[in-house]
Design a protein around this ligand. Structure first.
Ligand SMILES: Cc1ncc(COP(=O)(O)O)c(C=O)c1O
Length: 392
């Protein structure tokens, strides 16, 4: 046992993947409604993405950010045009993207407010990653336990509580507010659109940045490239990662140009950021996501799937929430038994909070595969009911 034991792992090893399925070492197929925690959002070994990746693999892998390259430039331009016209910084993971966004907020405080607004507000039950500042930004006791003291400049407020947000912002020492629009790790808990609008107005009023963590909600999972588009607001900064390169590690920060300008030469960096293999895969991912009608179809398939799940699972006391293919399934009991029973039915889902599971199918799954997924979820619910007697 030479791997650190920080992950509680399941007892299945996958040998290969194709499309919406993973295959274990005995060639048993599992319908993958976990997507590696919303990473392989276009399915496994997608032929187009693999082709573009292999093409780049035979040309050039890495030169470092000491030398410019057309690939990251092109990718940044495409993302900027598809979102709010910001500038991009590329890195390798979600936590690293959030660290960078937090550093931008700190620099904003130092440059614009002479250090007088050092605090950053985040939301209870949010999740922003495991590195030090991202962990400190995460308002969940269990994530920070044993790693105290967390960075002291974060303050946590209840999600969807406008009065609490105003009370903190009115103190005049807040440089940024950071939040997810659906709290993924907590089980796909939605932000109230009225709260999000209020927060945008309050951050303008009190001169604070609005940072949206799109690491789980972004890249088409909700039926839009980024979830903020559903809420009628424009953030100052968004962070992204997970599905950017469909399984090749990649993260990114997009900031409005005047904020991005705070990262002057030598102030921030990442050796592997904008790695050419990751950029090639990410460019191919955007070819698919931004193709005419693709995201609209995700939205339609997602709503149909949610309806099917609701109708099928209601009898077990299970409710369903989310947007597009970002689907949270709330159980009346602990999620561990359900997830194991789902695996017995050969479907993979992910826990969220203690009583939810996240149902994250590939965005390009067929309706037949989604129906198969709903059927397997119903069987897992029935087995859990029999086994635990928890439901009803
Ligand atoms: C909303 C959110 N932010 C940040 C992270 C951290 O990303 P990573 O694990 O790539 O560091 C995650 C990961 O699950 C996430 O869901």
């Amino acid at each position: 046992m030479t791997l650190m034991q920080n992950y509680a792992q399941y007892d299945i090893t996958f040998a290969r993947g194709k499309g919406s399925y993973l295959y274990d070492e005995t060639e048993t197929a599992y319908l993958d409604c976990a997507c590696g925690i919303s990473v392989t959002n276009l399915g496994h070994i997608h032929p187009y993405i693999t082709g573009k990746f292999m093409e780049q693999a035979e040309k050039l892998w890495h030169t470092s950010n000491l030398f410019p390259n057309k690939l990251p430039e092109k990718l940044a331009k495409r993302l900027s045009e598809a979102a709010f016209g910001g500038q991009m910084f590329f890195c390798n993971s979600g936590a690293e993207a959030n660290e960078g966004a937090i550093k931008l907020a700190i620099k904003y405080n130092n440059n614009v407010y002479n250090g007088k607004k050092p605090r950053i507000i985040t939301m209870v039950n949010g999740f922003h990653g495991r590195t030090y500042a991202a962990m400190s930004a995460t308002a969940q006791e269990k994530i920070r336990k044993g790693f105290e003291p967390a960075a002291s400049f974060f303050s946590y407020i209840p999600y969807n509580d406008t009065a609490a947000a105003e009370a903190e912002l009115a103190k005049g020492d807040v440089c940024a507010v950071m939040l997810e629009l659906y709290q993924g790790e907590a089980g796909v808990l939605p932000a109230d659109p009225v709260f999000v609008k209020n927060l945008r107005e309050l951050t303008h009023k009190y001169g604070a940045l609005m940072i949206i963590d799109e690491i789980q909600t972004g890249y088409g999972r909700t039926g839009k490239l980024f979830a903020y588009s559903h809420f009628g607001i424009v953030p100052d900064i968004i962070t992204m990662a997970k599905a950017m390169a469909n399984g090749i590690p990649m993260g990114g920060i997009m900031a409005k140009p005047e904020i991005a300008a705070l990262f002057t030469h030598g102030t921030h960096g990442s050796t592997f950021g904008a790695n050419l293999l990751a950029c090639a895969a990410a460019d191919a991912v955007l070819d698919i996501l931004l193709a005419e009608g693709f995201l609209d179809e995700v939205a339609v398939k997602g709503e149909k799937t949610q309806t099917m799940l609701k109708e099928t699972l209601l009898q077990y006391g299970i409710s369903v929430r989310g947007r597009g293919m970002l689907i949270g399934v709330e159980l009346p009991s602990d999620n561990k038994t359900f997830i194991k029973n789902a695996m017995k039915e050969k479907i993979l889902v992910i826990g969220g909070g203690t009583k939810s599971v996240r149902f994250y199918p590939p965005l390009n799954a067929s309706m037949a595969e989604l129906e198969e997924g709903v059927g397997k979820m119903a069987k897992a619910a029935l087995a859990t009911q029999h086994e635990s007697g928890f439901f009803k």
